[in-house]
Write a protein that binds this ligand. Structure first.
Ligand code: FPP
Length: 255
């Protein structure tokens, strides 16, 4: 494992890579980080303590993703539906985002990680938008792992937004209706230019998609686990990838 030795030397991972095929690592992994609230409840703690513990997990998951050579990691941090939560919880999540970026961005940058946001950030508080902007600017020329943080993200609203933009271009004679196809449509999404997720991970025992990357997951492999997100680690990511490598991906064809 020499190739990982220069990465994240401050916390060198000790996971067992023995059963993983390093030549068949998924290019794009998406994660629905779920179960923070239940993790906290189980411990008699406020829900926000669960989110705080959930943020702590990111360091290990991002580091492991980088070491494995995953190219894109998409993290569902805040959905368009999450505004319905109590105001205190929404505020705490926004504050955690700000603290996380302030604290971690330098190390992410030193490790060649590029931060990219998917979602409509216009509705986020000004201090969150500022941190996002500076994290984006600092890391935009990095060519290592790309971390897509989904903020005020909804799959349906992303598709509607793409349809509106395509319609506008058609109306202005900038685009021919006949030229609209799947590849072209993908270029109007937040994930433009990125491959679709090969693997979608959802911990916490829920077996649903919750409006995450609806268009992009058409042929993704799913991996579910009962553990809550704050208990998730690079070890589980490796477990998910080992399972993924046993799947037979046929994309609707036969082999
Ligand atoms: C779902 O758990 C989790 C969320 C809605 C937020 C996920 C956010 C983080 C891990 C932290 C913020 C992210 C960054 C990038 C700093 P839940 O509250 O729905 O849990 P429950 O289903 O057990 O109630």
């Amino acid at each position: 494992m020499n190739f990982i030795k220069n990465m994240f030397t401050k916390q060198y991972a000790t996971y067992d890579y023995e059963n993983i095929d390093l030549t068949r690592i998924p290019k794009h992994v998406a994660i629905i980080m779920d179960g923070n609230g239940r993790w906290a409840k189980k411990r008699g703690l406020p829900r926000t303590a669960g989110h705080k513990a959930g943020v702590e997990v990111l360091r290990d998951v991002i580091r492991t993703s980088s070491q494995l050579g995953i190219k894109y990691l998409s993290l569902y941090a805040f959905s368009t539906e999450n505004w319905k939560r109590p105001q205190d919880e929404v505020n705490a999540l926004m504050q955690l985002l700000v603290i996380y970026l302030r604290k971690e961005v330098q190390e992410l940058h030193e490790n060649n990680v590029k931060i990219h946001i998917i979602g409509d950030i216009d509705r986020l508080p000004e201090n969150a938008r500022m941190e996002i902007r500076s994290a984006f600017e600092l890391t935009q020329n990095n060519d290592g792992l790309i971390v897509n943080i989904a903020l005020n993200y909804g799959g349906r609203s992303e598709i509607i937004q793409a349809i509106k933009e395509i319609s506008r271009q058609v109306k202005n004679n900038e685009l021919e209706i006949e030229s609209i196809d799947e590849q072209m449509f993908s270029r109007f999404l937040y994930t433009a230019g990125m491959p679709d997720p090969d693997l979608l991970i959802r911990p916490s025992g829920e077996l649903r998609i919750s409006n995450f990357l609806l268009w992009q997951i058409a042929y993704s492999e799913f991996w579910f686990s009962d553990i809550f997100w704050p208990d998730f680690s690079g070890k589980h990511l490796i477990e998910a990838i080992i399972d993924y490598q046993k799947r037979d991906r046929r994309y609707g064809g036969v082999k």
